[in-house]
Each structure stands twice: as C-alpha cells, then as structure tokens.
Design a binder for this molecule. Structure first.
Ligand SMILES: O=P(O)(O)OC[C@@]1(O)O[C@H](CO)[C@@H](O)[C@@H]1O
Length: 386
C-alpha cells in the first residue's frame, strides 16, 4: 500500500493534468480581472501563466526558498510542473500566485487576499440567506435530528469550493447516498473534551462548519474546539482567520437562529472555547504523515480531529492511487489521534470503499464518480495510535 503510485499530472486527460493545464490558467485570469493590479503584478501573473503551463519549476528567489527546500523543492526545481507530485505542484502554484500579486510584500499589496472578492460573493449570495433561514425551522426539531442535519450540512457544504467550480461549472448538485458512512462511529466519540476541526473552504462551507461547532459546544458535545485554518490564502476558497471573522460576522448580522449561533460563536471565541489556529504546515505541499512534531502533539491531544474536504483528505491519506477498498484505518495509521474525514469526492484519491460500492459506482459512471463532486463520504478511525 505505501507503494501505491503517487499522483502526478503528466497524463493528458487525467484530472490532475486538467487542473494544471486548465484550472490554474483560468484562476490566474480570474484574479487578474478581479483587481486593479499594477503593471508589475500583471507582468508577474503573465509570467506565471506561461511558466506554470509550459515552463519548469523555478525558485522563489526569497528567504522562503529555505522552507520550500525542507518541503522537497530541491528535487523538483528545474522540472516540468506536470512531472512532480500533483500535491506538490499545486501547492507551489498557490505560493507563486500570491508572490505574483505581492501578497508577501513588502509594499502596499502585502496581505491582500487575491481570492477575497470570490469568497465575499459567496457569503453575500442569496443561497446563503436561504440556508441561514432554514435554521429557524431546524431549531424546532429534536436535538439529535438537528445534530445529524448540521453534520450533513457541513459535509455537503464541501461542494462550495470555488476551485472545483472553475473547472466544473455545471457539476451535478444532486445529493446522493454516501459512498461510506461511519457517522455512527463519529457520534460515539462524543462528547469530547477537545475537538479539532481542520477547516476547508470559507463562505458556504465554513458557515455550516461553524453552525455544527456551535451546536456541539452549546449542547455539551465538545468542551473546547480548535479550528485549524490556512496560514495564507490557498486553493482559492480555503478558509483563513480573516474568513472565519467574516463568517461569524455574517452570522451575527443575520436574523433568527443564525444570529443566535453567531453571538454564541463570538462569545466562545472570546472565552477561548473556540480557538482559531493557522499552522504553517496547513499550506505545506506534503501529506500529514510528514507533519512537524508540534502539530502532531496538538492532534494527539485532541479527542477527535475532523478533516474537512478534498484537499485535506488527500493530505490525510496520502495523494496516491490506492485500490479503493484499502482500509481507511491503514492509510491513517500515522495520525496520532481519533480521526474523521468529511469530504465530497473531487479528485482521484479514494480509500475505504466496500467492494460492492466500488463496483456499483464503476458500473454506473466508470471513473467519473471520483471527481464529479456528486458523491460524499464520512470515514472515521476511532482508535488512538499508541
Ligand atoms: O479541498 P476541497 O476544497 O474540497 O477541494 C479542492 C479541489 O477542488 O482542489 C483540488 C484540485 O485542485 C482537489 O483536491 C479538489 O478538486
């Protein structure tokens, strides 16, 4: 199983190749058109557009090259973006994009999130109002029904991923049966003293994540929550601390039950019961098997860690082409504490399916089910690594 092939992007027609050859250029153009950037930034974006599709991987030329060398850059510099691990080249692409727009400074554009206009549009969308209004009706239901609905809201919220929508604008939005559902195991791990949630997208994914966390805190299912977000803008819509603040403010500014949740989340942050963390490894181009010791210690101390979304799943289990029936517990064996994944399927990696489920998916869709975003899973490994 450790010898399952690492995913590269060198095969035309593959999902990974499509991300590098089509999604990344579309993203550069979208960012370029969303800001009144100056000539230097525009030139840097044009250079990245050409370099990331036809050129080779080049050093950053900043002190961050040392960090990237520790993350494996030396073996990839000078090679085509398509020939190195997909997880690595994608991550480096986001680092280069931020550099092109001046995010890391110095200068007036330092810290300006190039994806913010897209994230804010999500928060302001009428669909967000509808989802928040639905909370008033949910509040009348029994508590366990509320919990299950909020878990599914958080899970399916993972389709609100702007990168995915760049390359699959008409993707099916129908809710299908889960391809794996360990939700009963997940509930059996609660109440937890410390619950860690490794967040994925801002906006319409983060809002239901926060609503789930509010429910768990409010009803004694978690005494304390650590919310791990990205250290800088990443994979377009991934949540940073600024996005958490925007989402909580969106809730406090709403009406009815949503506003109540927003107030409670605000207070929980005030009191340290909900803590936002942004470890530098959150944006590393590596699987969690390679996480640094301080982060491992933090996860080891949590009673349960929930990984949201596709990218976090790839990093949790390893970005490899496993046989789909490979046990989830095997590929997460190096994770120190009880761990769960809530994810819609938007890339080739998949483990933990039973043979019948895999066969039915292949019979109905060939391999399209892996990347269409129409399927989802809840997988849990309840045991702690000794
Ligand atoms: O992590 P998320 O937001 O659920 O999905 C991230 C994603 O859209 O981007 C990657 C490809 O660029 C894939 O992991 C997946 O398709």
């Amino acid at each position: 199983m450790p010898d399952a092939p690492v995913i590269l992007a060198d095969e035309p027609g593959s999902f990974a190749h499509g991300v590098l050859s089509a999604r990344h250029p579309a993203l550069i153009r979208a960012v370029r058109d969303a800001f009144p950037y100056g000539p230097g930034q525009r030139r840097a974006l044009e250079e990245l557009l050409a370099g990331a599709t036809q050129g080779v991987i080049e050093p950053l030329g900043t002190e961050d090259d040392e960090q990237w060398a520790r993350w494996g850059a030396r073996q990839y510099l000078g090679r085509s973006w398509f020939e190195v691990p997909f997880l690595w080249s994608e991550s480096y692409f986001y680092r280069r994009l931020l550099q092109a727009v001046g995010y890391f400074g110095p200068g007036g554009w330092q810290g300006i999130d190039p994806f913010r206009p897209f994230k804010l549009a999500e928060l302001d969308a009428p669909e967000t109002d509808e989802e928040l209004a639905a909370l008033d009706r949910l509040a009348e239901r029994p508590l366990d029904e509320q919990a299950r609905a909020l878990l599914h809201g958080s899970l399916w919220g993972n389709r609100a991923d702007l990168g995915f929508r760049l390359s699959a604008p008409g993707a099916p939005m129908a809710v299908t049966r889960l391809v794996a559902d360990d939700s009963e195991v997940l509930w059996s791990l609660l109440p937890a003293d410390t619950l860690c949630l490794v967040a994925d997208n801002a906006g319409r994914e983060l809002i239901p994540d926060l609503l789930l966390l509010d429910h768990l805190l409010r009803h004694g299912q978690a005494r304390r929550v650590l919310l791990q977000v990205k250290a800088h803008p990443y994979y377009i819509s991934d949540a940073t601390t600024a996005d958490v603040v925007d989402a909580v403010r969106r809730l406090t500014g709403a009406e009815g039950a949503a506003a109540g949740a927003g107030e409670r989340l605000w207070t929980a942050m005030d009191e340290g019961r909900l803590e936002v963390l942004a470890h530098p490894f959150s944006c590393a181009p590596l699987p969690y098997a390679d996480m640094p010791e301080d982060l491992r210690t933090e996860f080891a101390a949590a009673d349960l860690t929930i990984f949201k979304g596709d990218l976090n799943y790839r990093r949790l289990v390893g970005d490899r082409l496993y046989p789909p029936t490979t046990p989830f517990a095997d590929v997460t064996a190096c994770f120190p504490g009880p761990v769960a994944a809530l994810r819609t399927l938007k890339s080739d990696v998949i483990v933990g399916l039973d043979p019948d489920t895999e066969a039915a998916l292949v019979a109905a869709e060939e391999q399209r089910w892996r990347t269409s975003g129409a399927h989802a899973l809840i997988q849990v490994r309840p045991s702690r690594v000794k």
